[in-house]
Design a protein around this ligand. Sequence first.
Ligand code: SF4
Length: 93
Amino acid sequence: MTRNSPRLTEASRKLEALTRAGVDTPPACEGDDAFIADKGTLLPHELSRMRLVCSRCPLLEPCGDYARTARPEAGYWAGMAYGRPEKATAKTA
Ligand code: SF4
């Protein structure tokens, strides 16, 4: 995303909306380090737990709205892990 691109502008607007919503309503993931961990370090049971946390979060809608627009490079947002895909494992002969 380049500076001043329409997607960046829209993402900024949605992040602002998410931040505003979070002022009176703390996110369900507050203080949970798993939500900022590298995608590749999360185990399936952790992802299941996080998905459940998000499903009960009062900020699910604005969080997902932001993440779908911004496509963050890392982190877990509204039930989805974002980041680069895992590198393919080199084949051994
Ligand atoms: S939807 Fe999930 S990632 Fe987004 S604020 Fe809520 S708990 Fe955190």
